[in-house]
Design a protein around this ligand. Structure first.
Ligand SMILES: CN(C)c1ccc(C(=O)NN)cc1
Length: 330
C-alpha cells in the first residue's frame, strides 16, 4: 500500500504545516501536524475543555463505532518550545492520504497549553519519530508509520515541504517526479528516538564550504533552522544591521536587508536555502525589523534541522534496518 497527502502551511510564514487525516467510523476529518521530532499522535477531542479549544476540529470517540478506550492509559508531552499537552488514549481507524491503519492509538487531549489553543487551524500532531519516544503509559504505543510499515510497498515516508505553498507527505513510495538527480542518503542514529544525523558542512552565501560534521535532528514539526552559535554568527556577520536580540530571543535585522543564502551538506551533496526562507517574519505586522529563520541552537542542547532547511529539499525518511535519511534536489 501507499498514501499521499497535502502539507498545507497554516499561516503566511509557514509556522507549521497541517495534513488532512480521518479518524473513526464514520470518518472524522482533522488537520494534523506531521512531526518527525516527536512520536505521539494526539488530537483535540471531546475531552478537551472548551476553554482550551479555539476553532480547532475535535475527535469525538463516542461518535465513532470503531473507537475503543485504551483503559488505564495516559500520556503527557512537553515540546522543545515549552508547549505541551496530556490526556487519555483510544484506538480507532486512522487514515492519511488513503493509507489506513486499524486500531491506531489516538491520544485524546484533556489539556493543551496556550500555544496549541492559539493555533486555530492545527487540530493535533502525528508523531513520526521512533516509537521509543512515545509517552503513553503504562504501555507505550506505536506511531502511524510503525503501524503502517508491514503494509507499505517500501518502508519509507517522504516530506516535500514548500515555501509559502502546499507540499506533500508520501508513505510507502518515493515519487521520482518530486526531485531531480539522485537521493543522497546518510546514516541515522535512532536513539533516543529522533531522526538524528549529521550535515557534512555548510557555506554562507558564496563563501567557501566549511567541511565539519554537524549532528542534529530533522524535525518537520519545528519551524526554523537551529545551528551552533559559531555558524549563526558567521552568517549574520554578512547582514547589515543584524543583531542578536535578547528582547526578541534571537537574530533580527532590517527587513530590507539583503540576506545571503545558506548551503548545507549531506555527505557529498549540497542544498542551498534561498535567502527568502531565512528572512522569516516581521517581528510585528507594522515593523521594519525581521526575525531570522536561522537561529542559534545553544539554548536547546541539540541542533534542529527544521522546516526552513527541510523545505529546501525532498526528504526521504527510510525505516529500513538500519534507518537512514535521504535528501534530493527539487
Ligand atoms: C505549538 N505547536 C503547534 C507545536 C508544534 C510542534 C512542536 C514541536 O516541537 N515539534 N517537534 C512544538 C509546538
Amino acid at each position: 500500500d501507499t498514501g499521499s497527502a497535502a502539507a498545507v502551511p497554516i499561516n503566511e510564514v509557514d509556522i507549521a504545516y497541517v495534513t488532512p487525516v480521518t479518524v473513526g467510523t464514520p470518518p472524522q476529518t482533522l488537520m494534523l501536524d506531521l512531526d518527525t521530532g516527536s512520536s505521539d499522535l494526539w488530537v483535540f477531542s471531546s475531552l478537551t475543555p472548551s476553554s482550551q479549544v479555539r476553532g480547532q476540529e475535535i475527535y469525538s470517540p463516542a461518535k465513532s463505532s470503531t473507537s475503543k478506550l485504551l483503559s488505564g492509559h495516559t500520556w503527557s508531552i512537553r515540546y522543545g518550545d515549552g508547549s505541551g499537552s496530556r490526556g487519555t488514549v483510544y484506538t480507532d481507524n486512522f487514515t492519511i492520504g488513503g493509507l489506513e491503519v486499524e486500531s491506531q492509538a489516538v491520544q485524546t487531549a484533556q489539556e493543551v497549553s496556550s500555544s496549541f489553543t492559539q493555533e486555530q487551524s492545527l487540530d493535533g500532531l502525528v508523531g513520526l519519530g521512533f516509537s521509543t519516544l512515545n509517552t503513553v503509559r503504562p504501555s507505550s504505543q506505536l506511531t502511524f508509520f510503525d503501524n503502517a510499515r508491514p503494509k507499505l510497498d517500501e518502508e519509507v515516508f517522504t516530506a516535500d515541504l514548500k515555501y509559502h505553498a502546499t507540499g506533500s507527505y508520501d508513505f510507502g513510495f518515493i515519487d521520482r517526479a518530486k526531485y531531480t538527480g539522485n537521493i543522497t542518503y546518510t546514516p541515522v542514529q535512532q536513539s533516543p528516538g529522533y531522526w538524528t544525523h549529521s550535515l557534512s558542512g555548510y557555506a554562507v552565501g558564496s563563501g567557501a564550504f566549511q567541511s565539519t560534521q554537524i549532528q542534529g535532528i530533522s524535525d518537520t514539526g519545528t519551524t526554523l533552522l537551529y545551528l551552533p552559535t559559531a555558524i549563526v554568527t558567521a552568517y549574520y556577520r554578512q547582514v547589515q544591521g543584524a543583531q542578536n536580540s535578547q528582547y526578541y530571543g534571537g537574530y533580527v535585522f532590517p527587513c530590507s536587508s539583503t540576506l545571503p543564502t545558506f548551503t548545507f551538506g549531506i555527505e557529498g551533496a549540497r542544498f542551498t536555502i534561498p535567502a527568502s526562507y531565512i528572512n522569516y517574519t516581521r517581528i510585528s505586522p507594522t515593523s521594519s525589523t525581521c526575525y531570522g529563520g536561522l537561529q542559534s541552537s545553544s539554548g536547546l542542547g541539540i541542533n534542529i534541522f527544521g522546516d526552513v532547511a527541510l523545505k529546501a529539499a525532498f526528504v526521504v525518511f527510510s525505516g529500513t534496518n538500519p534507518p537512514r535519511i535521504g535528501f534530493g534536489t527539487k
